[in-house]
Structure formats: C-alpha cells, structure tokens
Design a protein around this ligand. Structure first.
Ligand code: FES
Length: 301
C-alpha cells in the first residue's frame, strides 16, 4: 500500500506542476508588425515623399532598409498615441466640437479576475480537490483495518462459556475466520508449566478463561494450518509440521510452536481477539500439556 500511495501522490504533483507551467508559457506576442502593415507604411511614406499616391498595383517588395524604417515609424506613432492617452496631451478639439471620450487605463480591481487567472485557479482547485479525495480514500483504507477485521480487535460475539461448550461437544477448535484464529481450551492444571514459557498476556487468558487463541498461519512458511480430527493435532499440509492441541510443535520443519493472539472480554462478556499483536509461539521442545496424537495423522505418517 505504501509504495503505490507515494507513487500516486508524486504523479499527481508532477501533473499539477506541468499544467501550471504550461498555462504560464502561453504568452501573447505584442509589438511585432505584420509584413502587410510594414509594406503599407512604406508605401504611404514613399508616396508622401514623392507627392504622388501609391498605386494599388505597386507590388515591388520592400527592401530590409524600408522594413526597418517602417517599423521605426510605426513604433513612433504608437508611442505618440500612448503618450497622448496617458498625459492627456491630445490636440485641442475645434471650437464647438464635443471632446472625445478619454480612454482610461483599466482598473485591475474593477476588472476582477482575468480569464487566465480564472483558468489557473480552476486548475489548481481541481488538483487540490483530486488530491484531497485521493488522500481521504487512502486514509480511509489505512485506518479501516484498525476499526475491526484482521489487524485490529475482532469481536467473536460469543462468551467463553458458549465457546467452551462447543469445544467440549465437537472436540475441535472454534474457528473465527475474520480473526484468522482458532480458540482452543488450555487445561488449568498445566498453567503453572506455561508460566515463564508463554507471554504474560497468553498466560492471563489461560488462567482467567481456560482458553488460548492460535494464529492459523504456520510459523514455517505461512500456510494455513488445518485441524486434524483423528490425531487431535494441527497438521500443516505444506511441509508436514505438526502441533498439538495447544499449538506446541510436535514435528516437522517449523521453527517454533503456533503463534498466539490475546483475548479480552472476561469470563461473562463477549470475547474479543486482538489481532494487532502476534505473540510468537513457544520454542521447539516445549510440551506443557503432554498431549500425544490420539489417532491417525491427516498429513504424512
Ligand atoms: S508452511 Fe507449514 S510446514 Fe511449511
């Protein structure tokens, strides 16, 4: 989850940066006269010098000197017009004529938002919304695990007494798929032998409830370890590891006994299996209950 999340955020940020840069690179080109305009200016200037109007059929191409001169003249005229607008230096109107409306520079505050600003802000807002939605979904995915389900506290909806009744009648563990765990009985007479070998939280479950929760995952290479009704042991079909009723290793390549989860809820309340912490199984050679195989094995001989 972590790597795809980081990659997704980096890609979105790169996309946003690219769009912003691209939107800023579209600059309008000003101050360049078209060839047609320069040609017309040159013709007009030539006609002024010679005192004769230019003929429409005069399509002699202008020389580079003519082009430069035309450009300079056009810029001078543009500067003069700009000067008149900004300094109010326009020629006085004839008597009786209505003064032409003066062109004022546009007030940016009155103008509000330009089209470019509008689109840039729209793009940024869209990107922010997309990132926010993506981040929210990622957080919801990450924290959904701790709200229930495997990786958090899983309610069984059953009391210790109800589970014990099933254990006794079926002679099989009670399995909770959402917790990926089996609940098995642990003889109270053997709890003293378990102290110092099992984790304190697991020993507390043995003392208070007479139960322990076993993680279904084989400590060898992770296969799900099923229960064998005939031998009354857990037997892994992958490489043949075997564990007795309380998950202590009896044979095979596994490096330890089956792992555990802590149980809470007390003797009378509904039990909760806390799968947020996996307690390692007990070391090879541990045999606190002395339970031997009670019948034929399901895996191997
Ligand atoms: S995975 Fe269970 S013995 Fe190998």
């Amino acid at each position: 989850m972590g790597i795809p999340l980081v990659i997704g955020i980096v890609v979105l940020i790169a996309l946003a940066a690219t769009m912003i840069v691209a939107s800023g690179s579209h600059r309008s080109v000003t101050g360049v006269l078209s060839r047609e305009t320069r040609r017309r200016d040159a013709a007009r200037r030539a006609s002024g010098a010679a005192g004769t109007p230019p003929t429409p059929t005069d399509d002699t191409p202008p020389t580079p000197t003519d082009d430069a001169e035309a450009t300079r003249a056009a810029r001078e005229r543009a500067d003069e017009a700009r000067q008149e607008l900004t300094t109010g230096g326009a020629a006085p109107a004839p008597a009786g004529a209505t003064a032409p409306a003066r062109r004022e520079p546009v007030d940016e505050e009155a103008l509000g938002v330009t089209r470019r600003q509008f689109f840039n802000r729209g793009i940024l807002a869209t990107m922010a919304l997309s990132l926010g939605a993506f981040g929210g979904a990622a957080l919801a995915f990450i924290y959904s695990k701790s709200a229930g389900g495997f990786g958090g506290k899983v309610g069984t909806g059953r009391t210790a007494a109800s589970i014990k009744a099933d254990l006794q009648s079926t002679k099989a563990p009670v399995y909770f798929p959402e917790a990926r765990a089996y609940i098995q009985p642990y003889p109270k007479a053997d709890v003293a032998k378990a102290k110092g070998v099992y984790e304190d939280a697991i020993v507390a479950n043995m003392e208070e409830l007479g139960l322990l929760a076993l993680y279904q995952k084989c400590p060898h290479l992770g296969c799900k370890v099923p229960w064998c009704q005939t031998s009354q042991w857990f037997e892994c079909p992958c490489h043949g590891s075997k564990y007795d009723r309380v998950g202590e290793k009896r044979g095979g390549p596994a490096p330890r006994g089956m792992d555990h989860f802590a149980i809470s809820g007390g003797p009378s309340g509904p039990l909760v299996i806390d799968t947020s912490t996996v307690f390692n199984g007990v070391p090879i050679g541990t045999d606190t209950t002395g339970q031997g195989a009670e019948g034929p094995f399901c895996v191997g001989g």
